[in-house]
Design a protein around this ligand. Structure first.
Ligand code: NAD
Length: 362
């Protein structure tokens, strides 16, 4: 089969880790007989330097026309001036909005070989393998009015939390579809004891659950969920939450694993129902890591696992995705470690060595 992939590597370690993701993708192509047509462009700080904006309209068109977007990371101290008119991060925010990427999927798996590298006790981490889904284009971050104004009693800030039934339903459906393909258990997060939007969320989840009798639906309050994610993380399989709750919970869940360099993400514009491909953007959850950029020591696993998610959700290549994930586990089993996950960082593997070893295991 043939696919068009837009590659936007961005800044800092973005290009370093995405190069390894591309290496793995090309190996998948040669092993399984697929052709991946890759088109590259600038995004973020590098795009500001070269073109004056973090994302050009033609880059957006390229992303829109592609079967999927592979994204690195954007930003860095060079572009951090608070007075600057344009910011690298606007590049990713614009693309999410323009492509309507409403569901952010973050798998969180603790690799048995790396249990000792986590900040949590090994016993707590045993069997952690979950997916956290965050609603990405609605709620508190976008709804209007949103303003700050001076009143007679001092400053007042206003944000609006608004969700429509349709917005809630489509992201919950992503949760139900994934739960159906995994253990059949879905945890829906809300704050229904306080918030009206959460009461609507719970109502929509319950009604939608009737369409998925094979999925066991659990409602949980966000504060309880935050606590249990640390106390008993292995009890969760698929978690779905609105934008703000999801933002916090996805980062909390990331702490369970040994390093930011291990976690991939998918942002989908469609519901990935069985046998159907969904348009999406795939990126490691980490940023540009300016402290290690240019040294060839970044962990490329998050980028490589993002390629696996792209194969699964946007290209419909389920077997190929699983093979990439197995190759990552095999490399870790073999003892390969970049400095972020190594017991002895001085004798650790480089970014390219890790990428090449994973590609060679395919
Ligand atoms: P970061 O994720 O870049 O780095 C946090 C820490 O994790 C650093 O110590 C870094 O060295 C380490 N780390 C991250 N990825 C790693 C990898 N693959 N291998 C080994 N170690 C890794 O977060 P930050 O330092 O808060 O942000 C740096 C820049 O990245 C900022 O400009 C920020 O705005 C940007 N950022 C961009 C995105 C994005 O593009 N989606 C996301 C987060 C942060």
């Amino acid at each position: 089969m043939e696919f068009d992939i837009a590659v936007l590597s961005g800044d800092g370690i973005g290009p370093e880790v995405i190069a390894e993701g591309v290496k793995v993708l090309e190996k998948v192509g040669s092993r399984f007989g697929h052709r991946f047509h890759l088109t590259y462009d600038d995004v973020g700080g590098i795009a500001i330097d070269k073109h004056g904006v973090p994302l050009r309209p033609e880059t957006m068109e390229m992303a829109r026309d592609a079967d999927a977007v592979l994204f690195g990371a954007v930003g860095g101290p060079k572009w951090d001036d608070p007075k600057a008119g344009v910011r690298p991060e606007d590049g990713i925010l614009e693309i999410r909005k323009a492509l309507s990427l409403f569901a952010n999927i973050r798998p969180v798996k603790v690799f048995p070989d790396l249990v000792e590298s986590s900040v949590l006790k090994p016993g707590v981490l045993h069997g952690v393998d979950m997916v956290v889904i965050r609603e990405l284009t609605g709620g508190l971050y976008y709804a209007l009015p949103k303003n700050r104004r001076r009143t007679r009693r001092g400053w007042t800030g206003v944000d609006t939390l608004r969700y429509s039934q349709a917005e809630i339903e489509r992201v919950l459906r992503v949760g139900f579809e994934l739960a159906r393909r995994r253990s059949g258990k879905l945890t829906s997060v809300d704050k229904a004891n306080v918030l009206e939007t959460s009461r609507l969320w719970r109502q929509v989840a319950t009604e939608l659950g009737e369409e998925y009798p094979d999925v066991e639906l659990e409602h949980i309050l966000v504060d309880n969920c935050a606590m249990q994610l640390i106390q008993r993380p292995s009890r969760f399989d698929v978690i779905v939450a609105e934008n703000t709750f999801g933002d916090i919970l996805t980062d909390e869940a990331a702490v369970l694993t040994a390093s930011m360099g291990l976690l991939p993400s998918a942002s989908l514009a469609e519901i990935p129902t069985e046998g159907r491909r969904a348009r999406g953007l795939y990126e490691p959850i980490h940023g540009t890591a300016p402290d290690i950029a240019g040294r060839g020591i970044a962990n490329p696993i998050a980028a490589i696992l993002s390629v696996a998610l792209m194969l699964r959700y946007s290209l419909g290549l389920t077997e190929e995705a699983a093979v990439v994930e197995q190759a990552v586990e095999a490399a870790l089993d073999e003892g390969l470690r970049t400095p972020d996950i190594a017991a002895q960082p001085e004798s650790a593997t480089t970014t390219t060595q890790m990428g090449e070893r994973i590609a060679s295991r395919l």
